[in-house]
Design a protein around this ligand. Sequence first.
Ligand code: UD1
Length: 425
Amino acid sequence: MMEKLVIEGGKRLAGNVKVSGSKNAALSILVASLLIKGKTILYNVPRIGDVWTMLDMLRELGVKVSVEKEFVEIDASVIEKYEAPYELVKKMRASFNVLGPVLARCGRARVPLPGGCDIGTRPVDYHLKGLQAMGAEIKMEHGYVEAIAPHLKGTEIYFDFPSVGATCHLATTAAVAEGITYIRNAAEEPEIHDLFNFLNNAGAQIRYIDSREIEIKGVESLKETSYSIMPDRMEAGTFMIAAAITEGDVTIEGIDPQYLKPVIDKLREVGCEVLEFENAVRVIGRKPIKPTNIVTFPHPGFPTDMQQPFTALLTIADGISMVTETVYDSRFKYLSELARMGADVKVEGRTAIVKGVPELTGAPVTITDLRAGAALVIAALAAKGISELSGLENLDRGYEDLEGKLNSLGASIKRIREESKEWVL
Ligand code: UD1
């Protein structure tokens, strides 16, 4: 069913909103639950498209999954299949990371290479190199990676760039390898700490011995556990920027502001008032929005996932901002959609030059990826008139009831079915 969001811009957001569980933490923890020969109970799992895709992946592997109101239960006592279906890896890259855990459990695994022609720009070379160093024999045939290893052993791994996915994947696999693994120049995003807390609760021995350096002492097996997933800092950041662009006053509950330091800092630079509490953050937006420069960086730098929503805010700043993307080589495709709403943007290499305009105007636009969706929603909240956003499956991958939460703060957003124009309330 083709759905659209119809957003009437110009409404000031005010009130309190609670964040859901973290998408990225949930995905890596669901993968890690494959290592536990028994039950894992997870609380605060966000109800989003990517989580459903990962649960489908676990089911495909023969793992028992049950989704209850308050928690999700995984029973990986038995892994029936060592082959992952193409459809699910194509849909979501993060599902590629079942490779290592299935290999550790079954002695072999067969998982499709993610992303078809995207492989050139978003490779999985660190993942494969790390598994090989742990003793796996890796073959690539017919678009699949086939890994065989009757036995995985500890090793030393170095990344050229601190990859979140490869850090999670390899540390999880190494948790049950024989001996000690070191990962150097590893990523250190908060969601990775959450994954390690989960694994350590289940009996793993993983710790940072320095920033960017992880030591994993392999254990024979992991035990049944229950765990509550950390809050989603990207969802929180999205509400913060939405408050800023609407000159709103929004308190985001359930998140420790320390996770959001770079976003808080930049919001203050553009003129917002930001108040930090123990488990909440309040953003009061003020116009004019001042221009600023942003450079994305691995944690603790400015998160690339906030680059798109923040750039939406800068499109109506009082001057010129430069936004430089260092994590991905192309994450600016959404700018042409923002331009359809009146933004004045130009890309030169890895930098977007954003010349603030007095106002955006509502337009029909298409969401091409998750955070592009956040950027377009934020732009539409401030734009004059009505915007129609299509491509909602991309937004629904990572946000739980985004329009419901924004409407509770005073936004005017309706989800409609394209064919019938029937309102879905
Ligand atoms: C994760 C997050 C995503 C976030 C990103 C960067 C999940 C599910 N997704 O994605 O939201 O935007 O981190 O913070 O957690 N690279 C290689 N070779 C590899 C692996 C990565 O060259 O084998 C490169 C990538 O091309 C990219 C960079 O490393 O340029 C960072 O990617 P990575 O941190 O791996 O991103 P993901 O884990 O896919």
